[in-house]
Design a protein around this ligand. Structure first.
Ligand code: KIV
Length: 282
């Protein structure tokens, strides 16, 4: 059955954990959907793992639409959530609505995600009022890396923990159907999960959240530029890929690939005629 926003709410009510992973293309989305994972996030982390930027700041609406379209075609029953990139919603409620609409109409996403608490609640309310489900994102919000002065755990002091709790209530009241908690102390994330009614999806926020999300290149061991503490590498796909490329390289260079079975035949008489026609006459 197709996963929807209401499935997220029922999962929280029945204490069933929600699984989510990022994907950025059709073939990975198909693999995710065939695995039984509930939801795919087309994260603006594509700036790091696909486009090779140091952060997510340079990711554009065009990037997000392009990848969201591809993911949506392979996502099967997964709920596809597309990230709203930096400055596509902070500038005004109007911009937020236009851009959320584009991610749904052109990107074929089933929901959008945006970063921030109280300050973006007018945007969350307007987008949800327009019939577009919104997931919020609190804690370490990577689009604010320059304001934070680096990728740091959030909510460690009483004051900042209270701010996080207030923000969680605020995004819920504005209409968000869920909230990502990134790099938040585990006990605080569990406390927020108990306090609010909408599901919390943790990344670096412990096991007390209603669900978990990871960047697929991180969990598959395909991206080693920086591996955060919270990442578990469930496989070393990077090594498998590298070794396969090495074998291919060797076989191409020593002539063992391709073999006869990898080629296509042609009638022998045609080749004989061609050889006679093009025989050198010197
Ligand atoms: O962009 C992304 O992949 C994200 C997750 C880290 C939650 O926002």
């Amino acid at each position: 059955m197709k996963n929807t926003v209401s499935a997220f709410m029922s999962a929280k009510q029945s204490k069933k954990k929600i699984s989510m992973v990022t994907a950025y293309d059709y073939s990975m989305a198909k693999l995710v959907s065939e695995s039984g994972i509930d939801s795919i996030l087309v994260g603006d982390s594509l700036g790091n793992v696909i486009l090779g930027y140091d952060d997510t700041i340079s990711v554009t609406m065009e990037d997000m639409i392009h990848h969201s379209k591809a993911v949506s075609r392979g996502a099967g029953n997964c709920l596809v959530i597309a990230d709203m990139p930096f400055m596509s919603y902070q500038t005004s409620v109007y911009d937020a609505m236009v851009n959320a609409g584009r991610l749904m109409k052109e990107g074929r996403a089933g929901a959008v995600k945006l970063e921030g608490g109280k300050s973006v609640c007018p945007q969350i309310k307007a987008i949800t009022d327009a019939g577009i489900p919104v997931m919020a994102h609190l804690g370490l919000t990577p689009q604010s890396v320059n304001a934070f002065g680096g990728y740091k755990v959030q909510g460690k002091t009483e004051e900042s923990a209270k701010r996080l709790i207030d923000d969680a209530f605020a995004v819920q009241d504005a209409g968000a159907f869920g909230v990502v908690l990134e790099c938040v102390p585990s006990e605080l994330a569990e406390f927020i999960t108990e306090l609010i009614e909408i599901p919390t999806i943790g990344i670096g926020a412990g096991s007390g959240c209603d669900g978990q999300v990871l960047v697929n290149q991180d969990m598959l061991g395909m991206f080693n530029d920086y591996v955060p503490k919270f990442v578990k590498q469930f496989a070393n796909v990077g090594e498998i890929i590298k070794n396969s490329f090495k074998v291919y390289d060797t076989e191409v260079k020593n002539g063992t690939y391709p073999e006869e079975k990898h080629g296509y035949g042609i009638d022998k008489s045609i080749m004989k005629n061609l050889r006679e026609t093009y025989a050198r006459k010197d």
